[in-house]
Design a protein around this ligand. Structure first.
Ligand code: NAD
Ligand code: UDX
Length: 454
């Protein structure tokens, strides 16, 4: 039985390898990680991440042809193909701090692969990495004195959290970048063959390595750019009486633009957008492309502006002070259907409100555990409450920060009665019926629409 190894059992490695195990039953798929607790969790009922459909997928394959392990050495030695999905966060130190990708985990992995291998292997770069990383990795891997040859392919992952399983099952495209040599072409064919187990051939795109690496950064930059574009217009709409939803519908009906990724929000979050754009900005600066770098950096700056603007709007509406007022935060995850809070706008907003001495109570159906970790340093100033009704009880204001479905169908009459008056609601995702809330008695502050104030 051929063996595929996944290094890194996180949001990408876990679901991706589980999908490969499901679709390719003739392969043994092993996933390793340096984090023992994570591996234990993958082997248990309580998976380390929440993702709709993931539990069923893992249950169907676990201990059949999918295995989780901390034995990195033995599994590297046995593997035919190795997928690397380790984290590549923004560098926090030295040259490029705050922008460039920190490749220490990738490089450590590459060195471990060399150390424990005794045969040729295909190494698949699944992590999002700067352009030209595959070549650097190929150098490290092939500078071995064992006579082993490694072929490095770039195969970026495009799944989005919350819809990871359907994205993996029916991807818009699978991108595989490789060297344009005979060996490179052979390696590409092996990976194409693996994906054709479930992905139609016309959706598998093969390119050179650099195009593949850049396409991943560019796709995230383009997606985030759309959000910053529509968010920039929310500020404009609120001042002029235009309605951002009417505007986004009108824009999106242009078939050249399309309707997706035009939802206004408190700002995009998640582990990828900001990191990948800053990475692109850093690369542009490195190549002396000052104007290009500035162009993309503005997408991130607009996102920061949107977060600040939201807090400022709350302050202005609540008579310029929130000191000792209870504020209920509905939703802490960076988007619905995930417990992930990395780079969530809620982190910034809760910190700012606490700085203003508000009594912040956070509720979320899946992300409270991560919220506690993110705000550990100010934990004593916050409350974490799984029940939204209790969170809102006695509050002056509610701020909706994540578009969880469960917040659409709450009994807002009951909530209004339990709150201090005047009761404010700031809908940072525009998911509620604003007119109805206004009629209940709330002062309502949507995004990109006229506020409804008594
Ligand atoms: P993550 O932090 O959830 O998982 C990475 C895992 O790698 C961690 O569990 C960590 O312990 C492990 N790891 C680090 N060094 C290791 C080593 N030397 N040996 C074994 N394990 C090691 O990260 P993630 O969200 O899964 O992202 C992984 C990569 O995929 C990043 O480059 C990211 O940009 C990219 N990506 C993420 C998403 C997403 O939605 N999260 C989507 C597409 C691409
Ligand atoms: C993103 C990319 O979509 C995915 O292809 C890539 O592989 C990883 O990065 P992810 O961050 O998981 O995926 O979620 P995504 O759906 O892109 O949302 C990112 C952020 O943008 C969230 O905070 C979301 O709420 C926000 N968003 C999204 C908006 O504010 N408005 C929108 O219209 C869409």
């Amino acid at each position: 039985m051929k063996m595929i190894l996944g290094i890194g059992a996180g949001y990408v490695g876990g679901p991706t390898m589980a999908m490969i195990a499901k679709k390719c039953p003739e392969y043994k798929v092993v996933v390793v990680d340096i984090n023992q607790d994570r591996i234990k969790a993958w082997q248990s009922e309580n998976l380390p991440i929440y993702e709709p459909g993931l539990k069923e997928l893992v249950q169907a394959t676990l201990n059949r042809n999918l295995f989780f392990s901390t034995d990195i050495q033995e599994n590297i030695a046995k593997a035919d193909i190795i997928f690397v999905s380790v984290n590549t966060p923004t560098k926090t130190f030295g040259t490029g701090a705050g922008k460039a990708a920190d490749l220490q985990y990738w490089e450590k992995t590459a060195r471990e692969i060399v150390r424990f291998s005794s045969s040729d292997k295909i190494i698949v770069e699944k992590s999002t990495v700067p352009v030209r990383t595959a070549s650097a990795m190929e150098h490290i891997l092939n500078a071995n004195d064992k006579g082993i040859v490694f072929d490095v392919l770039s195969n970026p992952e495009f799944l989005a959290e919350g819809t990871a399983i359907q994205d993996l099952e029916k991807p818009d495209r699978v991108l595989i970048g490789g060297q344009e040599t005979e060996r490179g072409k052979k390696a590409i064919s092996s990976l194409v063959e693996l994906y054709t187990h479930w992905v139609p051939k016309e959706k598998i795109l093969t390119t050179n390595v650099w195009s593949s690496e850049l396409s991943k950064l560019a796709a995230n930059a383009f997606l985030a750019q759309r959000i910053s574009s529509i968010n920039s217009l929310t500020a404009f709409c609120e001042l002029t009486g235009a309605n951002v939803h009417e505007v986004s519908k009108a824009i999106g009906m242009d078939s050249r633009l399309g309707s997706r990724f035009l939802c206004p929000s408190v700002g995009f979050g998640g582990s990828c957008f900001k990191k990948d754009i800053l990475n692109l900005v850093y690369l542009c600066q490195h190549y002396g492309l000052k104007e290009v770098a500035g162009y993309w950096e503005q997408v991130v700056l607009m996102n920061e502006y949107q977060r600040k603007r939201f807090v400022q709007k709350m302050l202005n509406a609540m008579f310029n002070t929130v000191a000792s007022k209870k504020i209920a935060i509905f939703g802490f995850a960076f988007k619905a259907n995930t417990g992930d809070t990395r780079e969530s706008s809620a982190i910034y907003i809760c910190r700012e409100l606490t700085e203003e001495h508000a009594r912040v109570v956070i509720t979320d159906p899946k992300a409270l555990e991560n919220a506690r970790i993110d705000l550990k340093d100010i934990e004593e100033k916050l409350l974490f409450e799984p029940d939204p009704y209790k969170a809102a009880d006695g509050a002056h204001a509610i701020a909706i920060l994540t578009e969880w479905d469960c917040y659409r169908s709450l009994d807002y009459k009951k909530i209004y009665q339990s709150m201090e008056k005047p009761a404010f609601i700031f809908d940072g995702r525009n998911i509620l019926d604003h007119q109805e809330l206004f009629e209940i008695g709330f002062n309502v502050y949507p995004l990109g629409k006229t506020s409804l104030i008594h």
